[in-house]
Design a protein around this ligand. Structure first.
Ligand SMILES: O=P(O)(O)O[C@H]1O[C@H](CO)[C@@H](O)[C@H]1O
Ligand SMILES: O=c1cc[nH]c(=O)[nH]1
Length: 238
């Protein structure tokens, strides 16, 4: 069933088997323009830019997911189910829950905890914790080691809410659920991967800290998370 409602590609093979997915479509454009060789844009429906190019001679795609689980739920489902994509590596920003995490630290999610009903509604998957792909994570760890980029690992919180009225609620999620940071997509991405027999991982850069209240700017979030991109691209071609 291609093209799909949200991706305008009409032929198989245009999208590579591994796709990097930032939430921000302009971060996808940045990666395509600054990292990939011979990048060709394949999607602009709803401004959700997608590109395929090469990295170290191997084909890789990069496409925005939008913000939140419903949005990445749609795009990752279409990529996995209809475009023969095998691996999605989310490259996102996150808010630190653990006080020892600093701005620009790079994290690899081992699993995502969420209050979301996405996995249950989508495919009857019970439980509040879903794992990242172990195989893909191994490659990302190997890539980070090869590049000398320190990688923190741990459970992350996939939240439906960016602006919680209770600013201190994160402490309970950190202390009771063991989440070191918060973002808004991985639980749905991992659910789709599990339901469809595909692989998904998530690398994050700390853009702000709920613990220390430090924050980066929107421009920095779009352009400066280069260590994460190096690790994801290198992991994608191992
Ligand atoms: O920087 P991205 O990948 O969008 O990730 C994080 O940033 C957005 C919130 O600002 C949410 O999508 C959250 O998951
Ligand atoms: O979801 C997110 C992403 C970055 N920072 C946050 O506080 N929340």
């Amino acid at each position: 069933m291609i093209p799909t409602p949200h991706i305008e590609v009409k032929e198989q093979g245009v999208i590579a088997s591994t796709v990097l997915m930032p939430g921000d479509p302009l971060r996808a454009k940045f990666i395509a323009e600054n990292y990939l060789e011979d990048a060709v844009q394949f999607n602009q429906v709803r401004g959700m830019y997608g590109y395929t190019g090469t990295w170290k001679g191997k084909r890789v795609s990069v496409m925005g997911s939008g913000m939140g689980m419903p949005s990445i739920g749609i795009y990752s489902y279409e990529l996995f189910a209809f475009y023969q994509v095998e691996n999605i590596i989310r490259v996102g920003s996150c808010g630190a829950y653990a006080p020892e995490l600093k701005l620009y630290d790079v994290l690899l999610a081992t699993e995502a905890w969420s209050e979301s009903t996405y996995a249950k509604v989508q495919g009857g998957v019970e439980g509040q914790v879903l794992p990242a792909s172990e195989a893909l994570n191994k490659k990302l760890v190997q890539a980070a080691e090869g590049l000398g980029i320190p990688l923190r690992t741990g459970r992350i919180h996939s939240s439906d809410v960016f602006y919680r009225q209770d600013h201190e609620a994160f402490k309970d999620i950190r202390d009771k659920e063991g989440c070191i940071a918060v973002e808004m997509e991985s639980f749905a991405l991992f659910a789709n991967a599990r339901i469809l027999g595909k692989k998904a991982s998530c690398i994050l850069t700390v853009s702000d800290s709920l613990a220390t209240r430090e924050a980066t700017t929107s421009g920095e979030r779009q352009r400066s998370f280069t260590k994460m991109m190096d690790v994801a691209l290198q992991g994608a071609v191992l």
